[in-house]
Design a protein. Structure first.
Ligand code: SF4
Ligand code: SF4
Ligand code: SF4
Ligand code: FES
Length: 594
C-alpha cells in the first residue's frame, strides 16, 4: 500500500494514500474532535468541528474530508483552530434545547463533552426558544428534535449501513429536521427498528426508551458477546449496570456485522415477558414441585440409564452453545448409544460441493439469487447486506414466493419451479452469489449445482447454531413414537411440544432443559432451569461455520445454570466423568467443528 508522509503538530506521520487528515491523525494517536463524522460512515464535512490548519491553505479545512498529501503540514490545536471550534460550539449550543442537566445523555453526550473541552460556560448568542416536537411513536426509542444537531449521522447509518433509507432531512437552516419517509410519524414509517441510528447519534436526540436515565456510560459495563437470536452470529455488546442488562449495542469491531445489529438482537430479548424457570422441578404425586439440583439430576440419571438405548429420545433446539451440543452428542449419542435424536429447527441442504462462501461475498456480488430464504424475517442483518449490494448496483432475483419480504427489492421474482431462469442470469454475471435457506427444494438444489464454481453459495441456516447441531450428528431424524424417555433441550426456544408429545407412548418420561415456562414443561417429569443468552458463556458457530465466543454478562436467574454445565453435571451424575471446565469442553468442541 502506497504511504504518504506528512507532519501533524510537527510530528512525522505516515498514512495510506487516500486517507483523510482525520484518519491519518487517528493512526498517529492525535485526537481531532468530531461531531458529524463517524468511523463507520462516509464523511460529509457538515459540522466543522474538526477544522484544522493546513499550511498553504487560506481557510481552515475539515480534517474528516480533506485528503492528505506528501509533505503536508497540519496543526490541529493552534489558537486559530481552537477559536473556530469554540465558535462552532457556541452556535450549536444557541440552537435548540441543550440544557444538558435535563438530558438523558448528560455525561455521555459528544456535544456536551466538547462544550467542556472548549470552555463553553454561557450562551454567547440569544438562545433559540422555538419548541420542536418529540416523536415517541416508535416502540423502542424516541426522537427528540430539540436535542438534534443535524449532523446527519442517523440518515447515513440508515442509508449506508442498513440500506433502509427511512431517514431524510426537511426544511433548511435552523428549522432543519430529521424526518422519516415522506414525513410520517416514525412509528408509521418504513423503519425496521434496528436501532443503528440510535447507536450513532452523538447527542440525546435519539433516546432508548428502556434504558433512558438508567445509568451513564461510566457507571455501566460493556461486555462483548455474540448474538444468539439467529444464525448470522453478529457481534454485540451487552451493556449492564448493577447486574442488570440495560441495553444491547452492535460491536463495531465484530468481523461479521461491523456494528450493525437488528431489532431481534437489540430490543426483543429485553422485552421478553415470558416467565423464567428459576429452580429445578420434579413431578411428585402428579404435580411439579421445586427440588434441589442434586435430586433433579439424580432422577434424570436414573431414568436415562435405566432406559434401553433404542427407546431413548433426544430433541434439541439449535439455540444452544457448541459446548452444550457437543456434550449432548457425547452423552446421549456416544455413551448411552441413543440414535433417536433430532433437532427442532432443520438444516439447509448443502448446495455447493465446495466449501460455502462467506456473508462478505454478498457485498461483492453483481447478481444475488435469494432462494428459499427470507432473511428480512429470519436473518435480518443478512437482508441489510443484500440491500446494500442492491444500492451499489447488484441485481436481486428472489426465488421463493410473493410473501418473501425481499420481493419488493427484486428485479425479478420467480417461483421455485422457474429457478433455471435465475440460473441463466447468474451464468452471465461476473460475481453471482446464491443466498439460500431451508426452503430450497431438492430439484432447485440440483439445478443450482450446475453453477458449479461460477457462483458463491451462502447458506442461511434456519436455527442459531444449526451448523454445530449438524456437525455433532444431532440431526439424524427423530421418531416420537419410539421414545420412552425423552430429553428435550428446548432452552430459550418457544416450542410447545405439540405433535411430538401426542405421538409419544403413554407413561413416557420427559425431561425438559428450559429457560422459560411453557405448555411443554407442564408435561415434563423433570425440568432443569437453564441460563439465557446474557447469563452464559460458551461459543456459537454461525451460518458460515465461524466459531465465536459468547460471554456472560449477568448472573443466571435463580438457580438456572448454563446449558453445557447442566449436561456436564448430568453426565457426572451418571458416572461418566465429563470435564466441568468450560475451556476444556470448548477446546474439545472446537476440535470436532474443524
Ligand atoms: S432504526 Fe434502523 S431502519 Fe429505523 S430509522 Fe434507524 S437506522 Fe433506519
Ligand atoms: S438525530 Fe442525532 S444523529 Fe440524527 S441528525 Fe440529529 S443529532 Fe445527528
Ligand atoms: S441478524 Fe441475527 S445474529 Fe445478527 S443481530 Fe439480528 S438476530 Fe442477531
Ligand atoms: S466532523 Fe468533520 S465536519 Fe463534522
Amino acid at each position: 500500500m502506497a504511504m504518504v508522509n506528512l507532519k501533524i503538530n510537527d510530528q512525522k506521520v505516515s498514512a495510506p494514500a487516500g486517507s483523510t487528515i482525520l484518519e491519518a491523525a487517528r493512526l498517529a494517536g492525535v485526537d481531532i474532535p468530531t461531531l458529524c463524522d463517524h468511523p463507520a460512515l462516509t464523511p460529509i464535512g457538515a459540522c466543522r468541528m474538526c477544522l484544522v490548519e493546513v499550511k498553504g491553505q487560506r481557510a481552515l479545512q475539515p480534517a474528516c474530508t480533506f485528503p492528505i498529501a506528501e509533505g503536508m503540514e497540519v496543526q490541529t490545536e493552534s489558537s486559530k483552530v481552537k477559536e473556530a471550534r469554540k465558535f462552532v460550539l457556541e452556535l450549536l449550543f444557541s440552537e435548540r434545547n441543550h440544557y444538558c442537566m435535563y438530558c438523558e445523555m448528560t455525561g455521555d453526550c459528544e456535544l456536551q463533552s466538547l462544550g467542556y473541552r472548549y470552555g463553553i460556560d454561557h450562551w454567547v448568542y440569544p438562545t433559540y426558544t422555538k419548541r420542536f416536537p418529540v416523536d415517541a411513536t416508535r416502540q423502542y426509542f424516541i426522537m427528540d428534535h430539540n436535542r438534534c444537531i443535524v449532523c446527519r449521522r442517523c440518515i447515513r447509518a440508515c442509508g449506508e449501513l442498513v440500506a433502509n433509507h427511512t431517514l431524510g432531512m426537511r426544511q433548511r437552516g435552523a428549522d432543519s429536521m430529521i424526518h422519516a419517509d415522506m414525513n410520517v410519524p416514525f412509528g408509521e414509517s418504513s423503519c425496521v427498528s434496528c436501532g443503528t441510528c440510535l447507536q450513532v447519534c452523538p447527542t440525546g436526540a435519539l433516546v432508548d426508551k428502556r434504558s433512558a436515565f438508567m445509568g451513564r456510560d461510566v457507571e455501566t459495563e460493556h461486555i462483548k458477546s455474540v448474538c444468539s437470536q439467529c444464525s448470522i452470529g453478529c457481534g454485540m455488546e451487552i451493556v449492564t449496570r448493577a447486574g442488570n442488562v440495560l441495553r444491547v449495542e452492535g460491536d463495531w469491531d465484530a468481523p461479521v456485522n461491523a456494528g450493525v445489529i437488528c431489532q431481534v438482537a437489540r430490543f426483543d430479548p429485553l422485552y421478553d415477558e415470558r416467565q423464567r424457570v428459576a429452580k429445578p422441578l420434579l413431578r411428585k404425586n402428579g404435580k411439579l414441585a421445586e427440588v434441589g439440583w442434586d435430586k433433579a439430576l439424580q432422577s434424570v440419571a436414573e431414568h436415562m440409564a435405566g432406559t434401553d438405548s433404542r427407546k431413548l429420545g433426544v430433541l434439541t433446539t439449535s439455540n444452544a452453545t457448541n459446548e452444550a451440543l457437543y456434550l449432548l452428542a457425547k452423552l446421549f449419542g456416544k455413551e448411552l448409544q441413543a440414535t433417536n435424536i433430532g433437532m427442532l429447527n432443520g438444516v439447509a441442504p448443502k448446495v455447493s460441493g465446495n466449501s460455502e462462501a462467506s456473508l462478505a461475498d454478498i457485498a461483492q456480488s453483481d447478481v444475488i439469487l435469494v432462494v428459499g430464504a427470507d432473511p428480512v424475517n429470519d436473518q435480518p442483518v443478512a437482508s441489510f447486506f443484500v440491500k446494500r449490494a442492491i444500492d451499489k448496483g447488484a441485481r436481486l432475483i428472489v426465488v421463493d414466493g410473493e410473501d418473501n419480504e425481499l420481493a419488493p427489492f427484486a428485479s425479478l421474482n420467480l417461483k421455485m419451479a422457474d429457478i433455471n431462469k435465475a440460473i441463466e442470469i447468474a451464468q452471465r454475471a461476473d460475481y453471482p452469489v446464491v443466498v439460500y435457506g431451508i426452503g430450497v427444494t431438492k430439484k432447485a438444489v440440483k439445478a443450482l449445482r450446475e453453477l458449479g464454481q461460477k457462483a458463491k453459495f451462502v447458506p442461511l441456516e434456519p436455527g442459531v447454531n444449526t451448523h454445530a447441531v449438524a456437525a455433532f450428528g444431532l440431526d439424524n431424524g427423530f421418531d416420537p413414537a419410539a421414545a420412552q424417555a425423552l430429553y428435550v433441550l428446548v432452552g430459550e426456544q418457544d416450542w410447545d411440544g405439540k405433535g411430538v408429545l401426542e405421538k409419544m407412548g403413554k407413561g413416557a418420561f420427559l425431561v425438559v432443559q428450559a429457560s422459560y415456562e411453557s405448555p411443554l414443561i407442564e408435561h415434563a417429569d423433570v425440568v432443569l432451569p437453564m441460563a439465557i443468552w446474557s447469563e452464559r458463556a460458551g461459543s456459537l458457530t454461525n451460518t458460515e461455520g465461524r466459531v465465536q465466543k459468547a460471554n456472560k454478562a449477568v448472573e443466571p436467574e435463580g438457580e438456572a445454570k448454563p446449558d453445557w454445565e447442566i449436561l456436564s453435571l448430568l453426565a457426572n451424575k451418571m458416572g461418566k466423568k465429563f470435564s466441568t471446565s468450560l475451556d476444556e469442553i470448548s477446546a474439545l468442541a472446537a476440535e470436532r467443528l474443524k
